[in-house]
Design a binder for this molecule. Structure first.
Ligand code: N01
Length: 531
């Protein structure tokens, strides 16, 4: 079957891409590995899973009626509510008929003579399309430590991103949880409420800030919706695509009292969450300013966690800049460790050795348990794209091309891979932004490019190598102006052994990024060859 466009992935990105391509009169099909739509929100069903970007922002902005009719119940929606929302969107716009579930793409090869992408599923189905859009997500391939002895473990083990559909009841169980990123931080209080014993194994303490989640009342939701267009417009002009009331002053421009007041306001009064990252204009570029915020956050941990031993383990070390590893946003995370049956263990100093039939063994201790939970994250940014055998011009393989780290032009296209586009991929601000906003930006931009191509009867849209080199250089340059590369984070590939260490996102924010991609478009798609 030959289509105008094939889209891989039916999460937020693939669904919007389908909507826009169909609107443009294209024949489209979305191939999705899962048995339902939703991407991240389909797979990540662990206890306590919810978004840490406010739902009024972490939602599509393309349809005013959709914004009006959907009733978010909480400031930060739960996984199940977001999944219901995505399903609602799919049905409301009659998108389901072009989404093929249970279909994992194995390969995608570019046929140069016919300028067509030839795509095969793991089941052997073959499809062809003029354009291939990878909407495979940044955090979709789970990574689990290769733990010796796990097969002999007599209890059950789970990964946060492959949680059983029917849920897990930990009532009365002894649970060992490995990992203290966003997933681990969110599930800790919920598992603690059920388990008889919860031991959290932490390799690196990260910063977590209070979410201050709360239900909407009919009045508060109505009031927020009345200002929706303004809210969206302010989001578009904000560095992360969400308006967080950024302080435009550097720390040095404020007095000590003003600095503390600003931090307290953001921790509590302003509503918590990512607002902390906007506390000072130079927070992510000036180590001295960053230390102030890190110290403030460490003091907060010590104020909440009564046991000084636990508080010390939970406090991030001085070499981790605040926010350089993705900030966690929590509800009662630190307070959970005040319960006697919840403990934290520093496995950086006492490394995990193996699983045993009865639990987990570190170098010096053994933790007997009934269940092991891996909240150990993902092969981020590149994992999903590299899991598919993608071959472009002259049979060049994406896996080979990206062996030293991902390269792209504008985070959207890749030299040597004509007519292929990536939504919210490496080299774009997506990982550091409200990803739904970034997705809409990408899809809208791609669709304009495709309309131009159609008008000019272009069959092949190719990225020039020098344009890609320039973009990669620009991304590195922008990252080096900040403190982000100082952390061992998934942004850098440092969460996985053997993965190249490269900062994988465009760090300088959504408005600058949008200006740059607009400039490319208005300069006759500079950096592309339209043939
Ligand atoms: O994964 P992570 P995540 N032995 O990579 C540890 C998004 N998200 O699933 O820091 C011991 O952040 C690892 O230790 P270290 C969000 O963008 C969003 O939590 O590498 N420990 C770390 O503590 C987020 O950033 C939401 O030293 C090991 C943890 O496992 C991203 O997804 C919710 C280990 C992994 O943390 C990923 O979050 C959830 C090992 N061998 C996720 N290997 C919301 O919207 C890894 N670790 C709220």
């Amino acid at each position: 079957m030959q289509l105008d466009m094939l889209v891989v992935g039916a999460g937020f990105a693939g669904i919007y891409q389908l909507y826009k391509a169909r609107e443009a009169g294209m024949t489209v099909r979305v191939l999705e590995a899962g048995e339902g739509v939703g991407g991240t929100w389909f797979w990540n069903r662990y206890p306590g899973a919810r978004c840490d970007v406010e739902s009024l922002d972490y939602s599509y902005s393309f349809c005013r009626e959709l914004e009006e009719e959907w009733e978010w119940t909480e400031r930060y929606a739960s996984q199940s509510e977001i999944l219901s929302y995505i399903n609602h969107v799919v049905d409301r716009f009659d998108l389901r008929r072009d989404i093929q579930l249970d279909t994992r793409v194995a390969s995608a090869h570019f046929d140069e003579d016919r300028a067509l992408w030839s795509v095969r599923s793991e089941d052997g189905e073959h499809l062809e399309a003029k354009f291939l859009v990878m909407a495979t997500g940044q955090l979709s391939v789970p990574q689990k430590p290769d733990l010796h002895g796990l097969d002999d473990f007599k209890g059950q083990w789970y990964h946060s991103a492959r949680w059983p559909m029917e849920g897990v009841d930990f009532t009365g169980q002894r649970v060992v949880l490995i990992g203290t990123g966003s997933s681990g931080v969110q599930m800790t209080p919920i598992i603690a409420a059920q388990a008889s014993q919860l031991t959290v194994l932490q390799r690196t303490a990260n910063f977590s800030v209070p979410a201050h989640n709360m239900p909407f009342t009919p009045e508060s939701l109505k009031a927020a919706k009345a200002r929706y267009p303004e809210r969206r417009a302010m989001g578009r002009e904000a560095i992360t695509g969400v308006f967080l009331n950024a302080n435009t002053k550097t720390a040095a421009e404020m007095t000590e009292d003003e600095r503390i007041a600003e931090l307290e306001y953001r921790w509590k009064g302003a509503g918590g969450g990512f607002r902390m990252l906007r506390a000072f204009a130079d927070l992510m570029s000036n180590l001295q300013t960053n230390h102030l915020v890190a110290e403030f956050a460490r003091n907060k941990i010590h104020a909440v966690v009564k046991d000084p031993r636990k508080a010390e383990i939970l406090s991030p070390k001085g070499d981790l800049p605040f926010g350089a590893k993705r900030l966690c946003v929590d509800s009662n995370y630190y307070d959970t460790f005040n319960q006697n049956h919840v403990d934290i263990v520093d496995v950086a100093i006492d490394p995990i050795v193996e699983a045993t039939p009865s639990g987990i063994r570190t170098q010096t201790r053994e933790f007997a348990c009934d269940a092991i939970v891996f909240a150990t994250g993902f092969d981020a940014m590149t994992g999903a794209l590299k899991s598919i055998d993608i071959r472009g011009e002259r049979g060049i393989s994406l896996r080979d091309k990206w062996k030293d780290g991902p390269t792209s032009y504008l985070g959207i296209s890749i030299a040597g891979f004509p007519n292929l586009f990536v939504i919210a991929g490496p080299g774009s601000p997506s990982a550091l932004s409200n990803v739904v906003h970034s997705i809409e930006t990408h899809v809208d931009w791609i669709m304009r490019l495709l309309r131009t191509a159609q008008t000019r009867q272009v069959r092949r849209i190719a990225t020039l190598q020098e344009a890609e080199d320039g973009w990669v250089h620009r991304c590195v340059e922008e990252a080096n102006k900040t403190l982000y590369p100082k952390a061992k984070s998934w942004y850098m590939g440092s969460n996985m052994e053997g993965k190249p260490r490269v900062f994988m996102a465009f760090v300088s924010g959504v408005p600058l990024y949008r200006a740059l991609i607009e400039e490319v478009a208005s300069n006759n798609y500079q950096g592309f060859e339209l043939a």
